[in-house]
Design a protein around this ligand. Structure first.
Ligand code: NAI
Length: 274
């Protein structure tokens, strides 16, 4: 029940006791269905693992079948996969319909799939730029629209975007990536303001430097870049993929039922480091 405001005094009434969700349940995703793009490896895999541990049924997607099969085997019986390339935007509606027919309504969408490219801005071609933005931003919008229209009909859902520190401050040589993630940050605010009144929350997680194949490529053979990243990270170390996984469980759960339109840095302090 929504807390009532006394219009004569403007005071919000005490919440009814029934509004309180017990600790045992508040972080639970039992009975929920989560779609996680790019869930076969890296951060997406650990988001899937944490969500399975929290009780959800997860469907991970990716372009190649073998890694998805291996991932699902590790994740256990509540994990399933669909081979899907998020850049094939015309097929995303069909993906959502297939998953909902097989597993039931999607309660949680995690837009995790993403690509990066490190090049000085003057060397970035239009094709390079389009490829990054197409994967990290355009496809995220199309899949979100396909899921959100169904969530809004049902009056509930949680959508999580994976942003980046590249949307927070200027990291050199990632112009297209930063543009795509800044676009995602803007989209979170707009979609949250359009959807939240209809039961669908929209949030972002902004990971700092997390140990995955992507960060290895970005940092590999570039000790200066690594040192700069660590210098401005007060915790002085990279994060682990499941640091993002648990944050995603929180945002998807009832513990975050009043959280929408937020971008949560999970970054060892990198975003506020001097
Ligand atoms: P990763 O390269 O290890 O994993 C990316 C996943 O996305 C892979 O499973 C890949 O197959 C999938 N993918 C890529 N293009 C796809 C497509 N067209 N269709 C379907 N799946 C596709 O990278 P990582 O580090 O796990 O990144 C996951 C997300 O986290 C990305 O959105 C990335 O931008 C973001 N991120 C990562 C950070 C890090 O330090 N690792 C920092 C900030 C953000």
């Amino acid at each position: 029940m929504e807390p009532q405001t006394d219009t004569s005094t403007g005071q919000v009434a005490e919440p009814a006791l029934s509004d309180h969700i017990a600790f045992d349940h508040v972080f639970s995703l039992a009975g929920k269905v989560a779609l996680i793009t790019g869930g076969g490896s890296g951060i997406g895999f650990d988001i899937a693992r944490c969500m399975v541990e929290a009780g959800a049924t997860v469907i991970i997607t990716g372009r190649r079948e073998q890694p998805l099969q291996d991932a699902v085997e590790t994740l256990g019986e509540r994990a399933h996969y669909e081979v899907n390339d998020v850049t094939e935007r015309a097929r995303l509606g069909e993906l959502v319909a297939t998953i909902e027919q097989t597993h039931g309504p999607i309660d949680i969408l995690v837009n995790n799939a993403g690509i990066n490219m490190k090049k000085p801005a003057l060397e970035v071609t239009d094709e390079d730029f389009d490829r990054i933005v197409h994967t990290n931003l355009n496809s995220v919008f199309s899949l979100t629209r396909a899921c959100a229209s169904r969530m809004i009909e049902r009056g509930s859902g949680s959508i999580i975007m994976i942003s980046s520190m590249a949307a927070y401050y200027g990291i050199d040589r990632v112009a297209a990536y930063a543009a795509s993630k800044s676009g995602v940050e803007g989209m979170v605010k707009v979609l949250a303001s359009e959807f939240s009144g209809r039961g669908v929350r929209v949030n972002a997680i902004a990971p700092g430097f997390i140990e995955t194949a992507m960060s290895k490529t970005a940092m590999g053979g570039d000790p200066d870049r690594f040192a700069r990243a660590m210098r401005r990270t007060p915790m002085g170390k990279f994060g682990k993929p499941d640091d993002i996984g648990w944050a995603a469980v929180f945002l998807a759960s009832d513990a975050a039922r009043y959280v929408t339109g937020a971008s949560l840095p999970v970054d060892g302090g990198n975003s506020i480091g001097f």
